[in-house]
Design a protein around this ligand. Structure first.
Ligand code: ADP
Ligand code: MG
Length: 386
């Protein structure tokens, strides 16, 4: 087990592709750490440099405070699991898992015991004498993980290990991987483009975009205190709504324009308005309410009229998309409510659920004071919407 520190890590391929731009963060000993970001954001490049499969263009990598740039993956004692496992198809699970130990010269009885142990942990004992070519994708991936773990690596590197599996199996393996990591305490890094995977499995994560680090933190921190509008939109089960509002005026009531429609605004925006009377407001769908047009009192918040574009039943919630002029907004409302397509509605957002971003730099200026639905509830909703 090891702690890992990356400092000013840069990777360019052939001097033209700037895949990783000055990335620094530290992974604690025993931590389950996530590298999250859209495809092409540089996650795999960071992982491969950590693992020793790729040389950094510049920057340093320390394992337990010791530089490892010149060390091979074997010397670093890392184990890697890829999206497409590289099992030997003609070998049985037992032979595949034993292989790295055999190469390392471990005596046979010890190999047998180690394989037994890891097979129990990964619930593959019943498959142990089956050939890899005769297993399902999920079973093969368990064997690949077992093979990685059997050597008791300092660092377990997982690159989208469950991305290609079907939804139910993925949900199950997420939980199993987390339990396994906890019980072994092996420092682990998982690369994923799926916020749900990062949210459910990791202790902390680094969110990347175009080779740059956006934010490092626990899933809750990133969910509730995103540093900018990109992070706010990317991280979460449902993307955060963004409302670029302009022509903000302080007449009889505070109001502005969104998608060509008039928006009523709460008093808290007064000190948020930029010089040219623009605002960038964010609200998670869980913080947005939809009401029949004209119904109910307006809370201190934002209100705008629109019409229902579509509503989708998720089981324990209804996801309603509302067209507001040229813009759209998504709201999560109780599952037993009912909206017709094109029905006129009011979209209402409590002032406490509103985020504010700088309309130019997109950096967060103010977090919502009311925390959004806790991660656990979001994840349950994800499992239900499978
Ligand atoms: P991610 O894992 O987040 O999808 P990668 O680290 O694989 O991102 O890639 C980051 C960028 O670097 C992409 O633009 C990708 O095309 C490029 N890239 C990755 N590997 C190579 C390579 N061996 N040669 C050239 N460009 C590469
Ligand atoms: Mg990748």
């Amino acid at each position: 087990m090891a702690s890992v520190t990356l400092t000013n890590l840069v990777k360019s391929y052939g001097g033209v592709v700037h895949a990783v731009r000055d990335v620094s963060f530290a992974i604690e000993d025993g931590e389950f750490f996530g590298l999250l970001g859209p495809s092409g954001s540089g996650k795999t490049s960071v992982l491969r440099m950590l693992a020793g499969l790729e040389q950094p263009t510049s920057g340093s990598i320390l394992f337990d405070g010791v530089p490892v740039e010149d060390k091979t993956p074997q010397q670093r004692n890392i184990a890697m699991v890829f999206e497409q496992n590289a099992l030997y198809p003609h070998m049985t699970a037992r032979q595949n898992i034993s292989y790295p130990l055999k190469i390392a010269g471990m005596p046979k009885p010890q190999i047998a015991a180690a394989v037994e142990d890891v097979a129990q942990m990964l619930n593959i004992a019943h498959l142990i004498d089956r050939r890899a070519s005769q297993m399902s994708g999920g079973q093969q991936q368990r064997v690949a993980i077992a093979r990685a773990l059997v050597r008791r690596p300092n660092l377990l590197c997982l690159d989208e290990p469950i991305a290609h599996l079907d939804t139910l199996l993925r949900a199950r393996l997420r939980g199993e991987l987390k339990r396994l990591q906890r019980s072994l305490g092996t420092t682990s890094v998982i690369v994923t483009h799926d916020p749900i995977e990062a949210m459910t499995m990791t202790d902390r994560l680094a969110l990347m975009r175009e080779g740059q680090l956006q934010q490092v933190g626990t899933p809750d921190e990133i969910h509730n205190k995103p540093v900018n509008a990109f992070v706010a939109q990317f991280f979460g089960l449902h993307s955060m709504n963004l409302f670029p509002i302009d022509h903000v005026s302080d007449g009889a009531a505070l109001s502005g324009q969104f998608g060509g429609e008039t928006v009523t605004l709460p008093a808290i925006v007064r000190d948020m308005i930029s010089r040219d009377a623009r605002l960038l407001v964010g609200a998670r769908p869980s913080g947005v309410d939809v009401r029949r047009a004209g119904a109910g009192d307006a809370p201190e918040g934002m209100r705008v009229s629109g019409k229902v574009y579509v509503s989708e039943q998720l089981g324990d919630a209804l996801l309603v998309t509302v067209q507001i002029g040229s813009g759209t907004v998504q709201a999560l409302v109780p599952h037993d409510r009912d909206f017709a397509i094109d029905e006129p509605v009011d979209v209402v957002i409590d002032a406490n659920a509103m985020f504010f971003f700088d309309p130019d730099t997109q950096e967060t200026r103010r977090f919502a004071s009311r925390l959004a639905v806790p991660t656990a509830a979001l994840v349950q909703a994800a499992a239900l919407s499978v």
